[in-house]
Structure formats: C-alpha cells, structure tokens
Design a protein around this ligand. Structure first.
Ligand code: MV4
Length: 501
C-alpha cells in the first residue's frame, strides 16, 4: 500500500480523497493556488505545496509542475479527482513515466474513451447497444448530409471529442442539416482542436442513467448499480439519485452486464462510469464511459456501503477486488443535490465573494461533501460547485422529504447559491412522481426566477447571524411585507441561501 499520495485537485473532492487517505493511514500532499490558501483541503493535508498563479493552466492543470511536486515530496501515487487532469491521458502517462502511480485507468483507455466515435465503434463491435446513427470515416459535408438523411429527423450532430454539449446541434429538418454540420464542426475545432463529428438519432424523452464500475488490475470487474442523472441544467447535472425511478430488476441486470462488458472490452481498471441513454420504451444505449471518479459517487456509496475512493487506492496499489458481483446489494434510496455558488435570479451567473457563515444541517443519513469554510474565497477561476448534499433513506419518498428538510436549513453566506432552486426542483410534482427526462429543467424551469415574497426560516436564522456579527439587521435584510413566504434579500456583502435583490 502507498505511504503517500498527492491529490491533484481542490474543493470538496480533494477533501473527500484526503479523508479516505487518513482512514487508510496514507500521508497526503495537497497542492493549492494563491486563491486557495484558506481552502479546507489545504488545512487537512499533511504537506501542502503552493502552485502560485491561480489560473487553471498555471495551477491545477499544470502537468510538469504537479509531477515535479509529486517527485520532490516522494508521493508514490497521484489521485486526480474529477475535472482538471482526471481524464487527460498525457497526465496519466507523465505520472507513470516517472514511476508515480496514476490512480485511474491506463492512458490508452482514457484516450480511447475520450474519443466518442472510437468508443462507440468499439462497443458496437462488442455487442453493446449504441444509439443508431453515423459514426464512420467520411467527414466531408455531402457524405454527412447523405448519412443524416438516412437517419431522419430530428437528429443530433455531436463532436467526436465532445461531451457536455459542446459542438452539439439538434437538427429538426433537412434544410438546416448542412449548416448545422458546418457550425458544429467549427465549434468543435475551436473547442477541441478537432472537427470530427458523428450523427445520432435524437431520442425522444431520454433519460441519462449511468452504471458505476470497479475493476482491478487482474481482470475482476463488477458494477455497483445505476445512478439516475437526468436532472441537468445546460449539461450540468444538478440532482442525482439511485435507484432510478424507472429501473426494474430485469433492466438493471441487462444494463449492469452491458456496463461490465464495456469495461472488460477495453481492459478497464479502477473506478469508472458507463453512461447510457434510456428512451421512453426503456431501450438503453451506450453513450460514453467516464474514466474517473464522478461527482455523484456518494449516492452509490450510500446505497451499497462501498467506499469507492478507498477501492480506487487499493486497486491502484495492485490489490485484488475483494467485492464479488453477487455480494453487492443496493439498499434504500439516496439523492444528491449539487450546491453551486450561482445566482438563479440572474441567469445562474457564478457568484463570487468571501464566505461568511456556513451552516450545513446534520442528521441521520445526511451526508455533506463540502469543500468550503468560513473565510474562504470563491473566485471566478474554478468551477462554482461548493458542496454536495446527500440524503439517504429506506425509500425515495423519505429521501426526498429528508432532502427538503436539509435544503431548508442549508446556510451559506457571502455568495448567492442555488439552494432555493434545488428545493423547488425537488418539490416539483413531476419530480416526486419520478417523471423525469434530461429535458426536465428546460421544460419546467425555463425562465425561472425566484419569486421574492418574504422571509423563510433560513432568513430568520441569517438575521440572527447578522446580529451576532454586530451589524444592524435593518440595514442588511429587507423584505416585502406583502409577500409573506419566501426568500429574502440582502443588501451589501452578505447573502443568504438563494438570491439577491
Ligand atoms: C442525446 C440526446 C438525445 N438523443 N443523444 C449529449 C451530451 C449530454 N450532456 C446531453 N446529450 C444528449 N444526447 C441522443 N441521441 C439528448 C441529450 C441531452 C440534450 C440534448 C439537447 C438539449 C439538451 C439536452 C439536455 C440533456 C441531454
């Protein structure tokens, strides 16, 4: 087992990984940029090395600098977390080349899965269902138009190196097909330096359902069931849950076994996620594989009792996967809400500032994975996700109720957050019924702005906080008497939970 690991990340995931290392008696090295001096991952680690300039390129994306720090601190392995360098094959290779173990799959597998066309072709050959479409060699305009007509409309144009909707176009009719292909190619070229695209039938009422995989370096592979990730906004997941409300025993068996086939086909090792699209008739299709630990891994941990980060570390150190498929069981129901520093009443623009009071509710089966503390700076340099709130219960309804309870008591001052928005989504009748697709947010929350009506419990608590800070409350919080129920306001620096005037 490793004696020391460098964590090439920041925020809540760096905290999550450091805590796993502490439990395993592994020393940790944290890296941090100049705006992260007060970040919790820095306080938790055994050694900390400053990266200087906060721009991502100069800090958390700086491969030579990070590898050099790992060598100098004698770290034997690097955990990349998610985002930043987690799915960068050059980084994985740079680590392995100097004898530092990259905690993840091999560079070749990362590169293969990074190319959505190659991944799709490989899985089609392996007999895994893929979304009907064109993913061939011909990339000239007229061939692609011809193939597009064969598929029919609506169809989707996707970038080979894409993901997250970049370079993607929905095409509803033939007369805009050519220009959509061209503009997708242009966008893809500027975003990924490559303009290879592929075409897919546009699925009706799709759900995004993914399977967690663990594979050791000796050929043992298991899946840890599904996560329903359909609730997203602009290709960012915001709420995930497991089990999926549409899943049944038979479908789970089929999809789980397809996910294991995907992993085995490419000789996958470590933790990974196989993403599927599921249509209204419960047909499922392989979409892509994420070759990293995912943001939403905690809901799988809650329902299986398996610590995914510890297994990543054990697998990377060469241990056998002791978990057998038949021993794994899914029990109860877990939901995760992603807490972002963003302003729902202002186009979800990232909100920056220095954090004041942070009060996260605790209670039975409430998990807080956060990377925030009072005094920490929230800057525009990095992803605005502050924390993840997870609730677990014996069934979906109870999990939802617990989440509503917890969100109502979640306080972050200093920046605006999406907490109130999350609560509205969770409370939506169609969400409660489990009637969700990837278009849920655009369907039901299109021009959503918070209706400012009054003063809820969170604001009352916030007022007490202001008092304790010797500030005059009437200068800080105002609300409209005629709107007796809702979220509050702020004036000046401090904001509560949701929104800004
Ligand atoms: C799809 C799809 C429907 N059919 N593929 C791909 C990237 C991911 N973030 C969203 N993706 C989708 N791929 C097929 N064949 C629906 C989505 C999708 C989506 C598409 C257009 C506009 C908004 C969307 C939101 C979520 C998912």
């Amino acid at each position: 087992m490793f004696k020391k690991i460098l964590i090439a990340n920041r925020g809540e995931i760096a905290v999550r990984i450091i805590k796993a290392c502490q439990e395993m008696s592994i020393k940790t090295v944290a890296i941090y940029s100049n705006v992260d001096n007060d970040a919790p991952h820095v306080h938790l680690a055994d050694e900390t090395i400053n990266l200087g300039d906060p721009t991502p390129i100069e800090s958390y994306l700086n491969i030579p600098k990070i590898v050099k720090i790992a060598q100098e601190t004698h770290a034997e392995a690097i955990h990349p977390g998610y985002g930043f360098l987690a799915e960068n094959p050059d980084f994985a290779k740079s680590c392995n080349d100097v004898g530092i173990k990259f905690i993840g799959p091999s560079p070749n597998v990362i590169a293969l899965m990074g190319d959505k066309i190659e991944a799709k072709k490989t899985m089609e050959k392996a007999g895994v269902p893929v979304i009907p479409g064109y993913h061939g060699e011909k990339q000239d305009g007229s061939s692609l138009v011809k193939e597009g007509k064969k598929i029919g409309f609506p169809l989707l144009v996707k970038a080979a190196l894409g993901g997250g909707g970049k370079g993607m176009r929905i095409v509803y009719s033939e007369n805009v097909l050519e220009e959509s292909i061209e503009s997708a190619k242009r966008e893809s070229k500027s975003a990924f330096g490559d303009d290879t695209i592929f075409l897919e039938k546009y699925l009706d009422k799709p759900r995004h359902i993914e399977f967690q995989i663990l594979a050791d370096e000796h050929g043992n592979t298991v899946h840890l069931f599904e996560r329903e990730c359909s609730i997203q906004r602009r290709h960012q997941k915001i709420i995930e849950e497991t089990p999926s409300p549409v899943m049944n025993i038979e479908l789970r068996k089929k999809m789980g076994s397809a996910a294991v086939t995907v992993a085995k086909t490419v000789g996958y090792s470590n933790a990974g996620t196989v993403e599927f699209m599921v249509d209204g008739n419960l047909n499922f299709y392989f979409m892509e594989m994420n070759t990293r630990l995912q943001v939403e891994h905690p809901i799988t941990e809650m329902t299986t009792g398996v610590d995914l980060v510890k297994w990543q570390i054990r697998i990377a150190s060469g241990l056998d996967l002791a978990l057998k498929q038949n021993d794994l069981i899914q029990r109860g129901h877990a939901i995760e809400c992603r807490i972002y520093a963003e302003d729902p009443s202002n186009g979800f623009l990232p909100s920056v500032g220095t954090l004041g009071k942070v009060e996260i509710p605790t209670g039975p089966n409430i998990r807080d994975d956060s990377g925030i503390t009072t005094g920490m700076k929230i800057t525009p340099y990095y992803d605005p996700m502050l924390a993840k709130l997870v609730t677990y219960s014996e069934n979906r309804q109870e999990s939802i109720n617990k989440m509503i309870w917890a969100l109502s008591r979640y306080i972050v001052l200093g920046v605006t957050t999406n907490v109130t928005f999350l609560k509205k989504v969770i409370e939506h009748e169609e969400f409660k019924k489990g009637n969700i697709t990837t278009h849920f947010i655009e369907n039901y929350f299109k021009d959503w702005t918070i209706k400012k009506k009054g003063l809820p419990i969170d604001a009352i608590i916030a007022l007490a906080v202001y008092d304790s800070m010797h500030l005059k409350t009437e200068e800080i919080v105002r609300y409209k008497e005629e709107d007796p129920h809702s979220p509050w306001k702020h004036v000046g620096r401090w904001r509560v939970g949701g929104e800004e005037e």
